[in-house]
Design a protein around this ligand. Structure first.
Ligand code: G3H
Length: 318
């Protein structure tokens, strides 16, 4: 991860002045989506870049040590070895950026990755994920316990009640406390944009989260009815850019929820490149939170290497 964002004093004047042009945001998002994406070897290279930015996720009620172990093994070898070999990329240490699990599964993931001699970070969701509707004391304790179990990245969810009722100062102080509870673990703050109602609220929540010291801002939990969309991303990355121009601190961006195809991954990379520039195109500042994206990326890479699409048995771990 890059240098941490230390945050800044809450600037309520900045927050209250926010006005957004919805039509302009929608138009910009449409333009990004209609960009021609790279083909052939360039596409394969971009897809491998996307792989290195994935927070490979499982957040299910039926998660067990064994499916978390399988997830970890996939994170360590995200693309079949012989496919990487054909691209001369087998010795480049390609792994996903992190694995992301519920707090109760952190110890399992740490154990599996340690056994595989991998230093892929374990990210834990926390603070009453996904709704964030548990008492503050419990939410803080959950962060501390995940860190104690070995998580080095914590994906907190914000209290949407505070955002929806305009209690920005209270939201700022809560997020500051989460940041403190994280200690050295990097903090990604999930805004749950599908619950926030307006682009203006999304921009304000982004600012408040960054002012309170978030290392990343993340769109969604994957459990809202609307998750990562390109228009919302435009709003969030512009908040990241404005915060950077004002403070000199780079905050990362993590779209998450419903990202399933290689084509979508390419659009996300284009969006980052065009809005924030190449310096944001690294796992230190960009993550794709996804539980089922990697399978399609591996499928497309298989097609690039062999000229045909795989049968299920060709990619049994996908
Ligand atoms: O944080 C990541 C999301 O929960 C993943 O959502 P997904 O299962 O729709 O890919």
């Amino acid at each position: 991860m890059s240098d941490r964002n230390p945050g800044m004093d809450l600037d309520l004047e900045w927050v209250s002045k926010v006005r957004l042009n919805t039509q302009a945001v929608l138009k910009r998002a449409q333009r990004v989506q209609s960009r021609k994406v790279a083909k052939k070897e360039w596409q394969a290279a971009w897809l491998l870049k996307a792989v290195t930015c994935i927070d490979l996720t499982t957040l299910s009620g039926d998660d067990t040590p064994s499916n978390v172990h399988r997830l970890c093994m996939k994170a360590v070898q995200p693309v079949r070895y012989d496919l990487l070999q054909s691209m001369d990329m087998h010795d480049k240490g390609i792994t996903t950026a992190a694995v992301c699990v519920y707090p109760s599964r952190v110890a399992d993931a740490v154990k599996s990755l340690k056994a595989a001699k991998s230093n892929i970070p374990v990210a834990s969701v926390a603070t009453g994920f996904p709704a964030g509707q548990t008492p503050l004391k419990t939410r803080l304790e959950e962060v501390r316990m995940a860190v104690e179990d070995g998580a080095t990245e914590i994906d907190i969810v914000i209290n949407r009640t505070l955002a929806l009722t305009g209690h920005w100062a209270e939201l700022y102080y809560e997020i500051q406390q989460f940041r403190e509870a994280c200690g050295d673990a990097h903090m990604k703050t999930i805004l749950a944009v599908g619950d926030l109602g307006t682009f203006t609220n999304v921009y304000k929540a982004s600012l408040v989260a960054m002012m309170a010291g978030s290392d990343f801002i993340k769109t969604s939990t994957g459990k809202e009815s609307v998750n990562a969309t390109y228009p919302v991303a435009i709003v969030m990355v512009r908040a990241i850019r404005d915060y950077y121009l004002k403070t000199g601190h780079k905050v990362g961006f993590k779209p998450a929820g419903g990202i399933r195809t290689a084509q979508e991954a390419l659009v996300w990379l284009v969006l980052m490149k065009e809005e924030l520039g190449d310096q944001w195109l690294t796992p230190h500042l960009f993550r794709l939170g996804a539980s089922s994206l990697l399978g399609d990326i591996e499928r497309q890479i298989y097609h690039y290497v062999t000229g045909r699409y795989p049968a299920n048995h060709d990619l049994p771990m996908a």
